[in-house]
Design a protein around this ligand. Structure first.
Ligand SMILES: [Zn+2]
Ligand SMILES: [Zn+2]
Length: 327
């Protein structure tokens, strides 16, 4: 891909946050409990008891998450009995639109994180009747998107803002280790890598062409010990690798591995969701596909028939049982 230069630092601010639809999206999904509730929605859960029986989370936590997801506009409460006191939660259009993100993360997990084990979940596309895998494709020509084939330019919502102070940042997300309880889940395993705010921001900066320690620091306003820790973690996960680019004094930069570069699909699918639902019609960034020479957004399509995957037209073959996991 053709990298765009880092945001020009304005002298007034030591560092800047990019306006970024991906970041806004990941803020929502990086809360582990919220993610788990949404995932169960895609498996068909609607009622409080259904969420509770699968997730086995404290009642109060579940109440709070359902409330939060409703406030965010991802779920809506629908009364299902005449008494109006019995209600269930259904995905709104905005919530259902998170499905391609789940699928893109699933694809990444299936490709890189299954550790040689059989995949716990297979998708069957009702549209074509075949077992399929999700493919991130161009909205215009429907071909798979490779990061090398994408050019960027600023959109109407481009810009940046001074870093939020710690006080205004969202609170620390819940423990990522809960992500895989109940179900073995490759989406959750992908989120464990990128769902951490700083790790995610580092990956994003790298897709913008940022490679060096001091550039990360300048762009993100991240403390150097946290930066060191996250770079280390991403290296251990095999997402990035450290390369020397200068000797005496020795200097290093970070490059994506093949695995790391493969996160691109998930990134642009998250960006699409943020652009559609959170940017008020002003996307910060416009993508152009070199192959078809058109501006595009990312869609997730069936590997077998090329049709966009809609949660209402996908069935699942589960190669595990929930009972096994409840032990
Ligand atoms: Zn295209
Ligand atoms: Zn299909």
């Amino acid at each position: 891909m053709s990298s765009i230069p880092p945001v020009e630092a304005e002298p007034r601010f030591a560092s800047l946050d990019r306006f970024c639809s991906v970041g806004r999206t990941v803020e929502i999904l990086s809360d582990a409990w919220s993610f788990l509730v949404l995932r169960e929605c895609f498996f068909g859960a609607r009622r409080f008891e259904a969420f509770q029986s699968v997730l086995k989370l404290p009642r109060n936590t579940l109440v709070k998450r359902l409330h939060k997801l409703t406030e965010l506009g991802l779920l809506r409460k629908v009364s299902y009995s005449a008494s109006a006191s019995r209600f269930e939660y259904r995905l709104t259009e905005q919530g259902r639109d998170l499905y391609p993100i789940m699928l893109a993360l699933l694809k990444f997990g299936n490709t890189w994180l299954s550790e040689g084990q059989p995949l716990p979940l297979e998708l069957i596309h009702k549209g074509c009747g075949k077992t399929c895998s999700p493919v991130v494709a161009c909205s215009d020509c429907n071909q798979p998107v490779d990061p090398h084939d994408v050019q960027y330019r600023n959109g109407p919502g481009a810009g940046s803002q001074p870093h939020a102070t710690e006080r205004t940042r969202s609170r620390r997300a819940s423990d990522p280790d809960i992500l895989e309880r109940v179900r073995p889940c490759l989406v959750a395993r992908s989120l464990k890598i990128i769902g951490d705010r700083w790790s995610f921001l580092l990956i994003r900066e790298m897709f913008f062409g940022v490679r060096r320690f001091d550039e990360f620091q300048a762009n993100l306003g991240i403390a150097s010990n946290i930066l060191t820790d996250r770079l280390q973690r991403l290296t251990e996960h095999g997402i990035i690798e450290k390369r020397q680019y200068q000797a005496r004094p020795d200097r290093y930069e970070y490059r994506f591995t093949e695995k790391g570069r493969d996160l691109y699909g998930s990134m642009i699918v998250m960006m699409r969701w943020g652009d559609k639902w959170l940017s008020r019609g002003k996307p910060p960034l416009v993508l152009r596909h070199r192959q078809c020479q058109q501006d595009f957004f990312a869609r997730v399509v069936c590997s077998e028939c090329g049709e966009e995957l809609d949660p209402r037209h996908v069935e699942y073959a589960l190669h595990y049982t929930l009972a096994d996991l409840a032990q």
